[in-house]
Design a protein around this ligand. Structure first.
Ligand SMILES: Nc1ncnc2c1ncn2[C@@H]1O[C@H](COP(=O)(O)OP(=O)(O)OP(=O)(O)O)[C@@H](O)[C@H]1O
Length: 242
C-alpha cells in the first residue's frame, strides 16, 4: 500500500465528560500526521479520551473536531477514524480475508477494488498465505495484524490504538510498533496510541500526552518530557523521582 491517506488534525476543546464522581476535562490538539502516545496511571482517562474521539462516548460539553469536521455528535461509524483494541477485534467465524474486508463493506459485498485493497493490506501486514485462517489459528500478534489491516483498508485519516499491543511479548510489541511506524510513513495518518510503555513513544519518535486524573498534565515531545528536565508528575509516574 503506497497511497497516502493523509492524516487529519484531532482537536478537543473544553471537552467535559464524567463517569459518576470521575470528572474529566480534555483540551488538546494533535496535528495532522503526528503520532501521539497517551500515557498515564490506571484510571486517568486514557481509554475514555479515545472513546470520545471515536464517538463511543459523547461529551457533556465542549467540541471535538477531526480535520475540519465537527464530530462532537457524529455517530462512530461516520467518523473518519479506525480503532484497534487490545483484544476482541476479530469475528471468530470469519477468516482473515473476511475480517479485513469488513473494513470496506460491513455486508461483505466487495468490488474488485475492495478485493485488491484487502489483498494489498494482507501483504502489507505480512499475512500473505494466511488469508483463509480463522482467528483461532492465529497468534496474538497475527490477530493484531489483521485488525491493523482492517484499519488500513478503511483508509481513514486517524488511527486510534487502545493498548493494542499490551498482550504481546516485548519483541513482538516492538515489531508491531515498527509496523505502525512504516505504515505511518506511507500513509501519513494521524495516530493516537494509548500505552503503558512510555518508551514506545521514544521508539516511534512520537509526541507524548500524559494524563492524570482526567486532564492532560503534560504534553510535548517524548524525548523532552522523559528527560531529566521533564515534569515532576511524569517522573513520579515513571518512578524516577529520588
Ligand atoms: N463504563 C464506565 N462506567 C463507569 N465508570 C467508568 C467506565 N469506564 C471507565 N470508567 C471510570 O472512568 C475513569 C477513567 O477510565 P479509563 O478506562 O478511561 O482509564 P484508563 O486511563 O484507560 O485506565 P487503564 O490504564 O486502567 O485502562 C476510571 O475511574 C474508571 O473507573
Amino acid at each position: 500500500m503506497t497511497d497516502k491517506t493523509g492524516g487529519a488534525k484531532v482537536a478537543l476543546e473544553e471537552v467535559r465528560f464524567s463517569y459518576g464522581e470521575m470528572r474529566m476535562h480534555f483540551d488538546l490538539s494533535v496535528p495532522a500526521a503526528q503520532i501521539a502516545a497517551i500515557i498515564g496511571p490506571s484510571g486517568s482517562g486514557k481509554s475514555t479520551l479515545l472513546n470520545l474521539i471515536a464517538g463511543f462516548e459523547t461529551p457533556q460539553s465542549g467540541t471535538i473536531h477531526i480535520g475540519h469536521m465537527n464530530v462532537t455528535r457524529t455517530p462512530p461509524a461516520e467518523r473518519p477514524v479506525s480503532m484497534v483494541f487490545q483484544e476482541n477485534n476479530l469475528f471468530a467465524h470469519l477468516d482473515v480475508e473476511a475480517n479485513i474486508a469488513l473494513g470496506r463493506s460491513p455486508k461483505l459485498k466487495l468490488t474488485a477494488a475492495d478485493r485488491a485493497a484487502v489483498e494489498s493490506a494482507i501483504a502489507r501486514v505480512g499475512l500473505a498465505g494466511k488469508e483463509k485462517r480463522k482467528p483461532q489459528a492465529l497468534s496474538g500478534g497475527e490477530k493484531q495484524r489483521v485488525a491493523i489491516a482492517r484499519a488500513l483498508v478503511r483508509n481513514r485519516p486517524v488511527l486510534l490504538l487502545d493498548e493494542a499491543f499490551a498482550s504481546l511479548g516485548p519483541a513482538l510489541r516492538i515489531q508491531m510498533l515498527d509496523l505502525i511506524k512504516a505504515l505511518h510513513a506511507e500513509t501519513a495518518m494521524t495516530v493516537l496510541m494509548v500505552t503503558h510503555h512510555p518508551e514506545d513513544a521514544l521508539h516511534l519518535d512520537a509526541a507524548l500526552i500524559f494524563l492524570e486524573n482526567g486532564v492532560v498534565a503534560a504534553s510535548g515531545s517524548a524525548s523532552d518530557l522523559l528527560s531529566d528536565k521533564g515534569p515532576e508528575a511524569l517522573k513520579r509516574y515513571m518512578g524516577t523521582t529520588a
